[in-house]
Design a protein around this ligand. Structure first.
Ligand SMILES: *Cc1c(COP(=O)(O)O)cnc(C)c1O
Length: 236
């Protein structure tokens, strides 16, 4: 790989890791509690290849088709996370390749994933995507829907409920962003209180522009794309 690109990737990763550590330190958490998912949706394959030579990473793609293709092109040790909308007609093809699906955004999709997983003899780990901010442009369950349907949601047996995912509102207001992360955590804690069969452990929240706030509010998984792969000295 080009020495220059390798050096830039290493530097970006090391800066991100320092920022993760600093955010953790502010709230008395350990960086070991934070899983970094490197979002490669806009990153050319060659650069992803170089990245995984530096870091044993989990990679996130938002399109099932690209996830499947790249999981065949890249090393088998990559753990693939699906972070974008999943159409029902892609479920069968993508399930065998994913470590975690972040974007289960409706009861209909959940029911379909559960059925296909049963047929494929798989038990995929999933997160429910929740629209905490209430923005119309965002998909996901509303917190109210999750509460109302929780008995039905939590009864599916062919998936493993790992936790919840949200995207912060598109806003410059740190307070609004923080509120939405706090809301996700509160929802998880409420659901855990009323659930005996399993516990939701993961909170997937925080992207390049807001991951430090997310860590302060309890994120266990952060999804970072641009801060790792683009910037002033663009790698692409
Ligand atoms: C693209 C994307 C990210 C990463 O966004 P950046 O701002 O580039 O870090 C994270 N989560 C989801 C769901 C995405 O679609």
């Amino acid at each position: 790989m080009s020495k220059q690109i390798e050096a830039q990737l290493r530097e970006k990763l090391s800066k991100v890791n320092s920022r993760i550590s600093a955010a953790c330190a502010r709230v008395g958490r350990s960086p070991d509690e934070i899983k970094l998912v490197a979002v490669t949706k806009y990153t050319p394959l060659e650069l992803v290849q170089e990245f995984i030579e530096i870091e044993q990473a989990s990679l996130g793609e938002n399109r099932p088709q690209q996830l499947i293709q790249r999981s065949q092109e890249l090393s088998e040790t990559v753990r693939w996370h699906l972070i974008g909308q999943l159409q029902r007609n892609k479920v069968r093809a993508v399930l065998p390749f994913v470590e975690l699906i972040h974007s289960i955004d409706s009861l209909k999709l959940l029911a379909h994933v559960d059925r296909v997983a049963g047929e494929q003899n798989l038990k995929p780990k999933i997160l429910l995507q929740v629209n905490i901010s209430g923005e119309e442009s965002k998909s996901g369950f509303t917190p109210k829907e999750v509460h109302q349907a929780w008995d039905e949601i939590s009864s599916f047996q062919n998936v493993e409920f790992s936790g919840l995912m949200t995207m912060a509102p598109a806003s410059d207001s740190e307070a609004l962003i923080r509120d939405s992360f706090r809301g996700l955590r509160k929802l998880r804690d409420q659901l855990n209180e009323q659930t005996e069969a399993f516990q939701l452990t993961e909170l997937s929240m925080g992207m390049s522009s807001d991951f430090e706030i997310a860590i302060e509010e309890g994120a266990t998984i952060i999804r970072l794309g641009s801060v790792l792969f683009t910037g002033r000295e663009s790698l692409q």
